[in-house]
Structures are given as C-alpha cells and as structure tokens.
Design a protein around this ligand. Structure first.
Ligand code: ADP
Length: 320
C-alpha cells in the first residue's frame, strides 16, 4: 500500500502545472496518502528541499501562472551516480513514489529512476511545445497558443493601420507546433518552421503578389528554431514593399493564468497520477488520448517524440 509520495515540476515551466499539483495533493490527502512538494525540480530533490502539502496549502494556486513549486534545469541529473543519490534520498525520506510534471527531459529523468533503480514514478506531460508522444496535448499548450493568438492579433491591428509587415518570432526550438498553430489561428500570411526548409524566393513572390492585389498587412510567424526574425526580415524586407517590424514574443508565452482547458486537463492528470500509484501502475505517463485519461509506459512515450501533424502543414499552405 502506498503511504507517502512526492511531486515536483521540472524543466521548462508551463501554465497549468499548479492545477496538476493541486489535484494530486488533494487526491492524495483524500485517499490518506501523505504528499510532499519538492521545490526546484531535480535540484531541489538533491538538496532535500521538501515541504509537506495538505488540502489548504494548494488553495488559490490553480489560477496562477508559472509553478509555485518552482522549477530548475539540473544538468548533473543526466549522470547515473546523481540519480542513484536521488533515489537514496527518496528512500531515506520513505517516499513510495514520485510524480514528475515536465517535458521530455524531465520525463526521461523520471523514467531512468525507475529503469535503473526500480523507483516508482508517474509522469505528467507539461510542455508548451506539444512534442511529447502518446498524448494528444500537454499542460500549457492551450494557454500558450491563446497568448500567441492574442498578441499576434494585436500586431495585426497595428500592421493594418500602417500597412506594415510584422515578423513575429515564437518559441519552438525543435518544433514548429506553436508557430504553425498560432499562424493558423491568426490567419498569418506565412509560417516558418524548422520542419520545412524555407524558400525565400517563393515566399517573397507570394507576399509581393498579395501586396499587389491590395493586401494592407502581412504577418509572418517564425519558430525560433527555424530562423531568427531578423534573418527573415533581411531576406524579404526590400522585396515586398512593406515597412517591416519585428516582434519577439519570448517568455510571455510561458506565463499567464492558465485557460479553462489547461486547468481541466491538468486537474484530470494530477488526479489520475495518484490513482495510478494506487493501482501500482508506475513508470507511466498520464496521457490524454481521444478525450480519455490513459496511462502509457514512459519508455514508449520517450521513444516516440511527437512530430507535426502533416495535415496541419497542408492546411496552412491553403489557408495562409
Ligand atoms: P523539459 O523537461 O522541459 O524537457 P529539460 O530538457 O531542460 O526540460 O529537462 C529538465 C531536467 O530534466 C534537466 O535539467 C535534467 O535535470 C533532467 N533531464 C533532462 N534530460 C535528462 C536525461 N537524458 N537523463 C536524466 N535527466 C535528464
């Protein structure tokens, strides 16, 4: 029987992580399981930075952006002796299991604790990039896309007033998901993503023809991993006849109060993570698959990073 578990948020923060922590804590407490929050991800685990959580300690956190447990990047966790030390610490404190909320790096760390030292873990996908396999989406994706949409929409207003082109750089080092989806949602003229090599001649021809047909604004959304907004501007500015401006959305994309969708998703995942421990179903990630909460082996999740849906790529060609 499971008596005492810990929960941490790790890696890149994403809006909604607090709702997952709140749900896990309240479910655990209701089920008579002691639960501790580990502050600052794997770094805090190594520093034994734990705090006992109860029903009221997670009150009022769901609506907050960021993560109240805070997060960190802990490079040394990639070394096996460090992970062994972490498991020793968890055992010394008599934890029966660990919930890790984070992206694929954090979930890799969690999986290794199980694989190498047989320590029970359950993962929850928190990542704005939506690049984790075997789940339809991750905590934070919806809030991030809404933030991008609202900001790009505002730029579109001023772009029309001044007949300008705006090149908007959004997050996504290895994945064009945020750029592609926020481009579709705002009717951007073009999207530049790492998955598809950009042909600047073709792009500028298209923009130039649209300009000739009377279009008074132009929004190009660029994923940071595809090209810098400055490079794109240099390639197209003199050829399309627009006054060009650059906006780098940056870390606003990680912040903000989570949307209803992310709050609900995270709450379901936090609840389900505790249930998984009770069922002895560990070394799994809690996933959303076709609307249902599922438990997928972490090994499978990590071996199958999610790529972009080719249909979305086809769509943007038609809709932009
Ligand atoms: P994310 O979880 O958002 O993908 P990172 O990739 O930065 O963010 O990973 C967060 C943390 O997870 C790292 O700082 C490290 O402590 C741990 N981690 C990442 N990759 C590994 C790995 N291959 N092995 C063990 N731990 C890892």
């Amino acid at each position: 029987m499971i008596k005492k578990i810990a929960i941490m948020t790790s890696g890149g923060d994403s809006p909604g992580m607090n709702a997952a922590v709140r749900a896990a804590v309240r479910t655990a407490v209701t089920e008579g399981i002691e639960i501790y929050g580990i502050n600052r991800g794997y770094s805090g685990l190594l520093d034994e930075d734990f705090s006992k959580m109860d029903y009221s300690s997670v009150g009022g956190i769901m609506e907050r952006g960021g993560t109240v447990l805070r997060s960190s990047r802990c490079k040394e966790f990639q070394l096996k002796p460090t992970r062994e030390n972490a498991v020793d610490i968890l055992k010394e404190h008599e934890f029966d299991g660990l919930i890790v909320v984070g992206g694929d790096g954090s979930l890799t760390g969690a999986h290794l604790l199980n694989e190498e030292f047989d320590f029970p873990v359950v993962g929850i996908p928190g990542s704005i990039d939506n690049d984790i396999g075997y789940t339809d989406t991750c905590i934070g994706v919806d809030t991030c896309l809404n933030t991008c949409m609202e900001n790009i929409q505002k730029l579109k207003d001023t772009a029309s007033s001044h007949e300008r082109a705006f090149i908007v750089e959004v997050m996504g080092r290895g994945s064009g998901y945020i750029a592609l989806c926020s481009g579709i949602a705002t009717g951007a003229e073009a999207v530049i993503i790492p998955e598809i090599p950009v042909d600047y001649d073709k792009l500028t021809d298209k923009l130039w023809h649209e300009r000739q047909r009377g279009k008074i604004n132009c929004i190009i959304v660029v994923a940071e991993g595809a090209a810098s907004a400055y490079t794109v501007a240099r390639h197209i500015e003199h050829r399309i006849g627009y006054d060009t401006r650059i906006t780098i959305l940056g870390h606003v994309q990680r912040g903000g109060s989570p949307t209803a969708y992310d709050r609900l998703l995270a709450s379901r995942m936090g609840y389900e993570a505790v249930k998984a421990f009770q069922d002895n179903d560990t070394d799994v990630m809690i996933s959303l698959i076709s609307g249902r909460m599922e438990r997928v082996p972490l090994g499978d999740v990590l071996a199958n990073k999610k790529g972009l849906d080719p249909k979305l790529i086809e769509m943007i060609k038609i809709l932009s």
